[in-house]
Design a protein around this ligand. Structure first.
Ligand code: ADP
Length: 622
């Protein structure tokens, strides 16, 4: 039989025979075919049992060996230039197919199968012109059948059926083999499709997981370490780096890294990160993603620089948003991972996703910076307008009094003279108080209000303040209700009195009647709460927070020209908060307002052992 010609179906000759012997032969043949059909059905079952491509290929090789009575068999899969090879041998088999892949890959026989999609049947390798004789010399193969795996996409591979002795392939062998390849091609195609589907699913899962993470982070720039860790995890890699371009043209900067050997220097221009930096620069320059599969067939890592950082495989992709490259995302694995084009495509999408998020965060930041600048500008203008107005009124009054004095002729009395001088003194001290308030306010806003704190008895401080206040405001009566269990408190006494004074002044200033003001103080177990209550008009609900803003005054007081700057309560809040406390206003039952201050005790030992002992005593009491 000519090795390269395809066999003619001989069964018709057998059917034509009419002798008894021929009939018997025919019967045997029928039985054998029935038996073969059963075996084929079992093989088809085994082959299509798994959707895992590797398992399916192993099964195809195994079933081919069983069906064609071979010691071993193999499957070649052609996949866009790359061929994969799976072989199976019966257990305890002396023969081996090692080296078969390389020998066949170059052979004309394999090209024929691939191009024509027809089987190649060779009874004797030694007399074949399309197979290398080394098949016999190196592997011991004497006879060979190559059966094409044909699917709707074309020839996807072939089954290699070797015999280690001279063999005459029969028509039934070939028929059985072709039936098997038809079943196998379908099973392999299904497994390939399933593999693609799984990859696709994984890709969607990875992108979803990342999108979810990026959406939940308020500012992704603050969490690049976490993002990088998550990306390397979902990509099943070991290590990564995020390098961002310095907006001032300073090149790439290492912003986050994960899984790099602890002892490496993180200087980009130095060994060993230098090589990774060079790769990242290439990505920035070209705007293209790069992939390195560093392991050779012999298991050695091909790329020395990668080896230095402990990377076998590596991908580097641009962090890109529209036409801008913000930096480079680089991931790698310490073990050979065999990165694929799909991995690179997925990773490139991740780079775009992260780049876009970083760009959006950048835009948001500059937008809010702009808004903050605008707001600061608005506040500054309001502040200057308010300050100029408040400074001008005492100055105007002083100037008027001074001009009055200068014009003083003999006609004016000494009393008038004194009145003008008192006026100047009063306005000057108002001016001085205003400047002091402005200074306090600027210190509070800068977070630099100095506090000279010491342990103090609050009832004593409160009592002294009330006494002084009543002396200066003779028409005012201040009631007091101070709990007996008030602890020593760690406050700046002058500042504490300043707050109290301001609240007392307001209580008297804004109350038309001379109903007594009341100061109460109680200890809650964690803080001292002091209330200053008046019988004035009260504060409308919507204004109760606003009156603590600087220069804020209620309309009714602006209209009635009640003296005031709108700074007092803002300063009170600044002082109380510097003590770690709170200040607010409530309605007073029966009419009026109560301004309350809550001052928590500081944590133990604020000023050394002496004070801490004293402090402990205070705590023991309660
Ligand atoms: P000033 O009293 O100098 O105007 P404040 O900051 O002390 O500034 O007070 C802010 C505003 O809150 C006052 O202008 C006034 O309208 C209102 N206010 C403050 N205390 C009282 C009070 N006890 N009763 C009613 N209104 C008050």
């Amino acid at each position: 039989m000519n090795n390269n010609t395809h066999r003619q179906d001989a069964s018709e000759e057998l059917l034509a025979s009419s002798t008894v012997d021929d009939m018997r032969l025919q019967l045997n043949l029928e039985q054998r075919r029935a038996h073969d059909a059963e075996r084929l059905a079992a093989a088809a079952c085994a082959i299509s049992a798994s959707l895992d491509l590797d398992v399916a290929l192993d099964k195809v090789a195994e079933q081919a060996a069983h069906l064609l009575y071979l010691e071993s068999a193999a499957v070649f899969l052609f996949d866009e230039g790359i061929t994969s090879f799976h072989s199976w041998s019966r257990p305890n088999q002396a023969t081996s197919l090692r080296g078969l892949e390389a020998l066949l890959e170059q052979s004309e026989a394999l090209s024929l199968v691939r191009e024509r999609g027809e089987p190649v049947i060779i009874d004797d390798v030694l007399s074949s012109a399309i197979l290398p004789v080394t098949l016999r010399e190196r592997i011991g193969i004497r006879s060979l059948a190559l059966l094409p795996l044909v699917s709707a996409r074309g020839v996807i591979g072939c089954i290699v059926a070797p015999k280690f002795k001279l063999y005459h392939w029969t028509v039934d062998d070939v028929r059985l083999g072709l039936a098997l390849v038809a079943q196998s091609a379908t099973a392999i195609e299904n497994a390939l499709l399933f593999d693609i589907l799984q990859q696709h699913n994984r890709r969607i899962e990875v992108l979803n997981a990342l999108a979810q993470l990026l959406n939940t982070l308020p500012d992704p720039n603050q969490h690049l370490d976490l993002i990088l860790r998550r990306i390397t995890e979902v990509m099943e890699l070991d290590a990564g780096m995020i390098l961002l371009l310095d907006p001032d043209g300073g090149g790439l900067k290492l912003i986050a890294h994960f899984g790099l050997p602890g002892e490496v220097s993180f200087e980009l221009s130095a060994f060993p990160l230098r090589s990774l930096h060079e790769i990242a620069c290439l990505v920035v320059a070209s705007g293209e993603s790069l992939m390195f599969n560093g392991v050779q067939h012999d298991g050695h890592i091909r790329d020395e620089p990668l080896c230095d950082v402990g990377f076998c495989d590596l991908m580097a992709v641009p962090l890109a948003a529209s036409n801008t490259i913000l930096g480079v995302l680089l991931v790698g694995s310490h073990r050979p991972r065999g990165l694929t084009d799909e991995d690179l495509a997925l990773f490139t999408t991740i780079g775009q996703q992260l780049g876009l998020t970083l760009k959006n965060a950048q835009l948001l930041r500059s937008a809010s910076e702009m808004e903050a600048l605008r707001e600061a500008d608005r506040l500054k203008s309001r502040f200057i307008a308010a300050v100029s107005h408040d400074l001008r009124s005492p100055l105007t009054a002083i100037r008027a009094s001074v001009e009055g004095l200068l014009d003083w002729g003999g006609g004016s009395s000494i009393r008038e003279h004194e009145h003008l001088l008192h006026n100047i003194a009063g306005q000057a001290s108002r001016l001085g108080a205003l400047v002091d308030q402005l200074l306090d306010l600027s210190r509070i806003e800068a977070g630099a209000l100095p506090l000279d704190r010491d342990w103090a008895e609050l009832p004593v401080l409160i009592g002294d303040t009330i006494t002084k206040f009543e002396v200066l405001n003779s028409k005012c009566l201040v009631e007091r209700d101070l709990a007996a269990d008030l602890p020593l408190h760690y406050v700046d006494p002058d500042r504490f009195v300043q707050v109290l004074w301001n609240l007392l002044e307001n209580a008297s200033k804004y109350s038309l009647s001379y109903a007594p003001i009341k100061i109460e103080a109680k200890w809650t177990g964690t803080e001292v709460v002091i209330g200053v209550a008046d019988r004035g008009p009260g504060i409308p609900l919507g204004e109760r927070e606003k009156i603590f803003q600087h220069f804020y005054r209620l309309d009714r007081d602006r209209r009635t020209h009640t003296k005031g700057s709108g700074l007092g309560l803002a300063i009170c809040r600044g002082i109380v908060e510097a003590h770690g406390g709170r200040i607010w206003v409530e309605d007073r039952p029966g009419g009026g307002s109560i301004f309350r201050i809550a001052l928590p005790l500081p944590p133990p030992d604020p000023t050394g052992p002496e004070a801490s002992k004293e402090h402990e005593l205070v705590y023991c009491e309660h």
